[in-house]
Each structure stands twice: as C-alpha cells, then as structure tokens.
Design a protein around this ligand. Structure first.
Ligand code: ATP
Ligand code: MG
Length: 556
C-alpha cells in the first residue's frame, strides 16, 4: 500500500469511528465532552517507546537535583534561559553538523504535508502508464494547488513574490488540466506529458519555508537566543543555564531514552581565558558533589582548532595511519576512516583497542596556541583542586567542539556511564550568523544522574505527610478545616480526609500514608479546646491547645 493509500485508509477509518461515536452519543444522549470517542477495540494507552512518566516519590529527587543546580549555578553568576523545545531544523543541521548521527538519524522533524505531496508529484512516468494513474496524478496536482493557496492565504507559508506567482500559475495549470480531462482527453498522450511536466517543475520553485524539529540538545537554541536578543551588548561573558527535555530517536535502553532531560550551562562571549574553562568545570564538580554523586571521574582532552597546523593536520595523519590498519578494524570504524576518523578513537570494541592505542595522539599535533591553552586549563583546574584524568581519545559526537573537551562518568550506569559532556565551541555563534564569539558549555544527562544517585542508595525517601487530621462530627469538621489551613500556612504538609471516618479507620490511613502525627478532633476536643496529638511512631498521645500544638510542631 502506498503512503497515500494508507493516509486515505486512515482518514476513512477515522470517519467511521466518528460516525460510530456520534451514533452512540445520540442513542445514549450523553454530551460530547463526557463520552470518550468510541473505538473498535478498547485501547490501553502507554507512554510511547523511549519516553516515560516520572512519578512521586521519584520526582522529589528530580526536583532536589534541579533545585541544587539552580542554587550552585546561581553562586557562579549564571542565569536561567528557557528556549523553545521546537526550533528550525536548519539550526541543528548547521550547528551540530548535518553528517552527525544526531542530525542525520535521530532528530524528530515534523513531516510537512505539502512537501509530502510534492515528493509524490515526481511520478510522471508512472502517471503516463494508463488512464487510472493519470487521473490519480491529476487529482494530486489539483489538491496540491488548492492546499498551497490555502496555506498562503492563511500565512502559513512565506508570501514571497515567487510563491504568489507560482501559486497562480499552478492554479491556472490545474484548471487547464481539468478542462482537458472533462473534454474527454483521458488517455496519456504527449500533451499530457508536457502539461504535467510543467506542473512538476513549478512545484519545486516553491519555497515551503523552514522545517521544524524537536531539539536534540540545548546549545544551539541558547546560541540562537544569544544572537536574537543581541546579548553581545551585555557585559561579557554571558553565563546561562537551562534544564528541560531533549529528543533523540535512538534505540532505547538503560540510561538512553528518546525523551530525556538535560541540565546544561553555557558561557558566551568575552575571552577564551583558560580560567573560564576551569571555573565551568569546577562549578560542575561542585554541583555533582552537592547532589551527593559519588565515584565520578572527570576526563579532559583538547581537540585543538580546525586549522591545517592543528586538528586538520592531525586528522589527515590519523586517516593515513588508519588506512594502514584498516583490515584490523570493524565495519563501523572502517566507514569512519572516511566520514569522521576522530570517532574511531571513541570505539569500545575489544579487538580494536590495541590497534587504536598505537595510533598518533592529538596532543602531539596541536598548534602552539592550543597546546598552551590546554596546559593552562590543566593548571587552572589544579589551582581549584579539581581532580581530572587526561584522555587523549576523548572526542565528542557533535561537530561544534574545539580545544577543551571533557566528559564525566558515574558508577551504576552500565555502558551508558557518561553523565555529562562538554567543551569549547568558539566558532559556533558566528556559524549561526552572530558576531565572532567565544563559547564553552556542558550538558548533564539528568536521567543518568538520577539513576546513579538511586543506585548508590541516594534515591528519594517516600515523603509522608506531617499531620493527618482525624475528625468526627460536623463541628469538629469545621475546626479541622481551620486547623488544616493554619498548619499548611506554617508549611506543614497536611492530609484532611474529605469524608468522615471512624477514628480507627482514620488512624490506619494515617500510617499507610507515612504520616508522623495524627491530630484527633472529636466533639470533646472541640468543646474544651484541648486537641489530641498522636505520635504515630510510638503511639503516644498528648493534649495541646491550638497555639501550643503549632509551637510544639515548629520546634521538632
Ligand atoms: P552518549 O555517549 O551516551 O551517546 P552523547 O555524546 O550523545 O552521549 P551529548 O550529546 O554530549 O551525549 O549529551 C550530554 C549528556 O546527555 C550525555 O553525557 C548523557 O548523559 C546525556 N544523554 C545523551 N543522550 C541521551 C539519551 N538518549 N538518553 C539519556 N541521556 C542522554
Ligand atoms: Mg549519543
């Protein structure tokens, strides 16, 4: 079945379902908003592959981690930036690199209906086979022309002179074609070939505007915002952090999701002083420390800059050396010799390790400036007491990195053990159309950070209520509502059962919820103003006035 036929079938199917739902509704007289759409089989919905729900009590740990990031980053002078989850596809292609896996295979890009149509109009030779196919093709042209007009009128497409002109020409062409068909010219002939050929050429003159994608990372959007809001006019450098969901269509496994979360920071503009690199890494390690993450390892490297006397020269040398040992490498690495030889160094394949260890190392081929910069970064890290390991094989998957690159691993994560990646990207803002700007940043994989914390026993303890109010009787209920309000205003978490429960039942619920105290309010308590507070851990009880109760709880 072609995609188009599938779409038609789907539309038909939806139509049937709508009709069924409407019939059922008429039968039962239920209003539209209360009745779920009828479906043929009752479908059990699940979060889609590679995405998941984060639930309490786990979300408490997520909030704690995020709050810690805000506090630590704040002490280093960073402010939060919130960029959209959706950006122009071109932004990512240009910054991350069109050839990288992230952009070429993993990005969620929205299908464009008009583009889909346009691709389908490439089948003229097929349309010239017989009357039926010619008819289908003609329909496509007519529908495409109408959709184009609608989209232009609704301002969903760029209203350029060319677009308006092409739209008009296409409308003329499709009415000419319809006229011809209605005059009985329904057999493929050279004139049809000519007419359809003109239509096919026309549609490619049309500018359908930018495609849009879900962001696979946060640096591109942050740099776009820096340029768009002229942040180069602010005191430099501008220090920004962000947190939120990212999207990559990868194979889901432990520590690897299709919707995952990153916490990242960028230092944009000003100098590329080695102290900036070191302070950023210091901030990162401080953050991990405050989160209680143990067993982290920081690896650093310099991948130089792109000139001939630096990385480019090294990559050429690496390629030559790799060619010599090609038959000892696996298929992936063999392919990368051509496309991206640096990535061969990344290989985790057992049998490639001894071969890779003998390859020339980038550290020996950096230009003097990059060498000096790298040495100074290491010195600056030492000044700050940041422990690091040098790893000459550390290269990063995104094209924009240069000079300092770093990665942090944490235990308990299996083979997805990188919790953070980062590096310098001095050319990026300029590449995106901004002024020449220095830049360095990192992105923490929040999912993996949380996983590692949980594995080491630092997961969130289930959060119980402070006080459960066990009330009986109408007068007690009014008092209970007021007590709940006062306690909550004093920042205690309170559970007030919405319906009356026998005291026994209420106390049972209180323990199930993990409450520390039960406040017992019955007729007696209300009458003499002496409330009963039960400590659930040991079952002890005491009588307190409202004021004394608040003071007692505050002192704990
Ligand atoms: P990996 O080596 O695991 O593929 P990466 O090099 O693709 O990571 P970056 O693009 O540098 O990762 O992103 C920074 C961090 O974001 C990673 O170190 C990791 O912790 C996290 N991360 C990346 N992709 C995913 C994913 N699909 N699911 C969960 N976390 C991810
Ligand atoms: Mg990856």
């Amino acid at each position: 079945m072609s995609d188009q036929e599938k779409a038609a079938k789907r539309a038909q199917w939806e139509e049937i379902n709508r009709a069924k739902a409407a019939a059922k509704q008429r039968e039962q007289g239920t209003p539209d908003n209360l009745e779920p759409r009828a479906s043929v089989t009752q479908k059990q919905f699940q979060a889609i592959r590679g995405s998941r729900d984060l639930l309490p009590p786990d979300t408490a740990l997520w909030n704690h981690v995020e709050q810690t990031a805000r506090e630590v980053f704040g002490t280093f002078g960073f402010g939060e930036v919130r960029t959209p989850v959706i950006e122009s596809t071109e932004l990512f292609a240009r910054s991350i690199g069109g050839e990288t896996d992230v952009v070429s295979k993993e990005m969620y890009t929205f299908p464009d209906e008009l583009d889909f149509f346009r691709q389908n109009l490439r089948t003229i030779s097929e349309a010239m086979q017989d009357e039926g196919r010619l008819n289908r093709y003609l329909n496509l042209v007519v529908v495409f022309s109408e959709r184009l007009k609608d989209a232009l009128n609704a301002n969903r497409l760029p209203q350029t002179e060319t677009n308006l002109d092409v739209s008009q020409q296409l409308a003329d062409l499709s009415s000419e074609a319809l006229g011809r068909w209605n005059n009985g010219k329904t057999k493929p002939d050279p004139e049809w070939q000519n007419l359809l050929g003109r239509a096919e050429t026309l549609v490619w003159d049309f500018d359908l505007g930018d495609k849009e994608s879900l962001r696979p990372e946060g640096t591109a959007g942050t740099c776009r915002a820096y340029i768009e809001h002229n942040m180069q006019q602010l005191p430099q450098p501008v220090k920004l952090y962000y947190m939120g969901p990212m999207f990559r269509r990868e194979r889901p496994q432990k520590g690897r999701y299709r919707q995952f979360y990153q916490i990242g920071a960028e230092v944009l503009g000003g100098a590329d002083a080695p102290a900036i690199d070191a302070e950023l890494i210091e901030m990162l390690m401080t953050f991990f420390g405050k989160c209680g993450l143990q067993g982290t390892e920081l690896s650093i490297n310099s991948i130089g800059h792109s000139r001939d006397n630096c990385r480019r020269g090294y990559v050429a040398l690496l390629r030559t050396e790799l060619e010599k040992v090609k038959d000892k490498l696996g298929a992936d690495s063999q392919r990368r010799i051509e496309t991206n030889p640096l990535r061969v160094l990344d290989s985790k394949l057992e049998h490639e390790q001894s071969v890779i260890e003998k390859l020339p190392r980038i550290g020996d081929h950096l230009c003097d400036d990059c060498k000096t910069h790298h040495a100074a970064v290491k010195h600056e890290l030492e000044l700050r007491g940041v422990v690091y390991r040098e790893n000459w094989r550390l290269v990063r998957g995104l094209d924009y990195y240069m000079r300092t690159t770093f990665e942090i691993t944490a235990p308990g994560l299996g083979s997805q053990n990188a919790v953070c990646g980062g590096g310098r990207y001095d050319g990026l803002v300029e590449l995106l159309g901004g002024p020449p700007t220095k830049g360095i940043g990192f992105a923490i994989g929040e999912d993996r950070l949380i996983l590692s914390l949980e594995e080491s026993g630092k997961g969130a303890a289930p959060q119980g209520r402070d006080v459960y109010i066990a009330w009986m009787g109408e007068r007690a209920y009014a008092t209970a509502i007021r007590a709940a309000k006062d306690l909550r205003n004093a920042d205690f978490s309170v559970e007030l059962p919405p319906t009356e429960l026998k005291f026994g039942k209420a106390l049972e619920r209180a323990s199930k919820l993990g409450s520390r105290f039960a406040l017992i309010l019955g007729d007696n308590e209300v009458a003499d103003g002496q409330w009963t507070l039960k400590t659930l851990r040991d079952g002890s009880q005491q009588k307190l006035t409202e004021q004394a109760l608040l003071e007692y709880l505050r002192k704990l």
